[in-house]
Design a protein around this ligand. Sequence first.
Ligand SMILES: C[S@@+](CC[C@H](N)C(=O)[O-])C[C@H]1O[C@@H](n2cnc3c(N)ncnc32)[C@H](O)[C@@H]1O
Length: 169
Amino acid sequence: MGTRVLARASHRASVVGRLSVRADIDVETLKREIKKTYAQVSTEPEKDFIFPTGRAWAEDLDYPDELSRVPDTAVESYAGVANPFSLGRLSPGERVLDVGCGAGTDSLVAAQMVAPEGEVMGIDMTTEMLAKARARSPADRRRPPVAPGARPETSPPRATPARDGERRR
Ligand SMILES: C[S@@+](CC[C@H](N)C(=O)[O-])C[C@H]1O[C@@H](n2cnc3c(N)ncnc32)[C@H](O)[C@@H]1O
């Protein structure tokens, strides 16, 4: 079945326009393409993507000072859409689950805020992103705050680490 597009515009003074779109989507293709794109952000961070990436983008979003201590190996593949810390700082001792941790920028910022007793767990569906999140720069001698569990996106994430490719039910 093809794609159906339904559009309707309203001309009331308070509403500039309204658009309804209904589309039949091949979910498997969508997942595959999303993973492919994020894998590229991980392995070829210098490329131009249709969304902004990297340290300059995180700085534009007004990330807190902790960003300056996140190694380039993680931030170069930062692909966030917003700054979650604009909602408020985390407190020492908090436990955080970072769903869609990517290369680990948000997790590494959060880890500094919740230290020394807190804990941050990151999960992501893109293997290449997880590999990057696990890697530490030589300058970073702390225990890795990110212990990503590769959990397929078809069911809710669990807060227990899984090995790459392992599927849990
Ligand atoms: C917008 S980026 C997140 C950026 C990340 N927080 C950072 O600090 O750079 C989205 C990430 O979420 C992952 N992702 C998207 N949908 C997911 C899902 N359903 N389950 C797990 N990870 C997912 C992608 O692989 C990608 O790495």
